[in-house]
Design a protein around this ligand. Structure first.
Ligand code: NAI
Ligand code: MG
Length: 365
């Protein structure tokens, strides 16, 4: 564990700064009560960076991200910047960060806390206790493969092209992260592809199988077609523990899994890069939700997704498992105690704003 934990905080736009403020309370608590001290730096990203620095992320901020042990990201975007051309939009801030830091493995837990089992789109008994981790490859596949574009053919008709490309090392590195996770959890991994109709899917299935047999023989590996996986997630989600999928399938399946939990304001994520020779890896942590312009500035955003993203940071970037569990349990207990922000409000519960929720988490800690 590095002596100096360097953390870059990028609150971004909309509710980003509002929910980040509550994380800073948690960090302050850790500092005072557990002697976990962070070297905190703050930077601008997204629309906030466009307004102040002329670009969605400056080279100086990128350099700080590279030098940090972990990046805690809020969210970017909003109507103010919607008219800008694609190359200038706030979202480019997060895309550049992922690319420059080589963040290829996106970890999205879908957890149904007992207190929120009612929020799911599924029947309570199907989701109670649900705890799935979806590992999505996030720098390759069809969102980046060449050739891509819209072209006009000689006869004047237009043609749109995207290409799904995966090399075996791209598959192997994300598979290893998924297997490692499976080993720490239920020793069960489901790899998702369309090996029946896609060549990249055939290679995906072969490489994941090889890594499993040679490096993780104790993990029970199953393969599932992506369409079937969507159906299984929506009907019997508790059969899954860890799922690994390509960029495209992981995008769809992780949103589906998020819907099963029914509470966007509760969902954290981590995106990890490859470890260097010293075992240090770049990593970025952010809530699944966006900048929620419809409620920004009202003080009613749910800070839990951002706080739980910080818990993932404690676990994945610093190995502080005990502290991560403390933070997660504090959130669970605040909910069990009946406090709710507007997005997860239920009959008979006490409706509170962002600050009261954050303060309650710290009190529970
Ligand atoms: P969104 O996630 O910002 O909001 C969707 C709905 O959920 C809204 O009704 C919002 O009020 C609610 N919501 C989201 N987070 C919440 C929270 N913590 N507490 C309470 N309610 C919450 O998605 P939307 O509306 O599609 O996008 C808004 C902006 O955010 C866009 O500019 C979009 O590009 C950007 N965005 C940015 C992301 C990022 O920074 N990684 C990810 C997703 C969207
Ligand atoms: Mg998505």
């Amino acid at each position: 564990m590095p002596a100096n934990k360097k953390l870059l905080v990028l609150p971004g736009d909309g509710i980003g700064p509002e929910v980040m403020r509550e994380v800073l309370r948690v960090i302050d608590w850790l500092d005072r009560r557990r002697k976990v001290t962070f070297d905190l730096e703050e930077g601008l990203v997204g629309g906030a960076a466009i307004d102040a620095e002329g670009a969605p992320i400056s080279d100086a901020t990128l350099a700080k991200a590279r030098a940090a042990d972990a990046v805690l990201f809020g969210s970017v975007g909003g109507p103010k910047w919607d008219g800008l051309p694609f190359e200038k939009r706030p979202e480019l801030g997060i895309l550049r960060l992922r690319k420059e830091l080589g963040l290829f493995a996106n970890l999205r837990p879908a957890i149904v806390l007992d207190a929120l089992a009612d929020a799911s789109s599924l029947k309570k008994e199907l989701v109670r206790g649900l705890d799935i981790m979806i590992v999505r490859e996030s720098t390759g596949g069809i969102y980046f493969g060449e050739p891509r574009g819209i072209e006009t053919m000689p006869d004047g008709r237009r043609r749109g092209v995207d290409t799904e490309v995966y090399t075996e090392d791209e598959i192997a590195r994300v598979a290893r992260i998924a297997f490692e996770l499976a080993r720490k959890r239920g020793n069960k991994l489901c790899s998702v592809d369309k090996a029946n109709v896609m060549q990249s899917g055939r290679l995906w299935r072969a490489v994941v199988g090889e890594i499993g047999r040679s490096e993780f023989p104790e993990v029970e590996l199953t393969h599932m077609y992506a369409d079937n996986c969507a159906m299984q997630l929506a009907s019997r989600p508790k059969q899954f523990d860890v799922i690994v999928a390509s960029n495209l399938f992981g995008d769809l399946l992780s949103d589906l899994a998020a819907a099963l939990t029914g509470s966007l304001g509760m969902l954290p994520s981590a995106t990890l890069g490859a470890p260097d020779s010293a075992g240090r890896r770049h990593a970025l942590y952010e809530p699944v939700h966006g900048s929620a312009p419809d409620i920004a500035g009202k003080g009613i955003a749910n800070p839990c997704a951002q706080i739980l993203s910080f818990a993932m940071l404690l676990r994945w970037s610093f190995g502080l498992e005990e502290e991560a569990r403390l933070v997660e349990r504090a959130v669970e207990r605040v909910l069990a105690g009946g406090l709710r922000t507007a997005d997860i409000m239920q009959p008979g519960m006490a409706r509170v704003g962002t600050t009261v929720m954050g303060e309650a988490v710290v009190r529970e800690l």
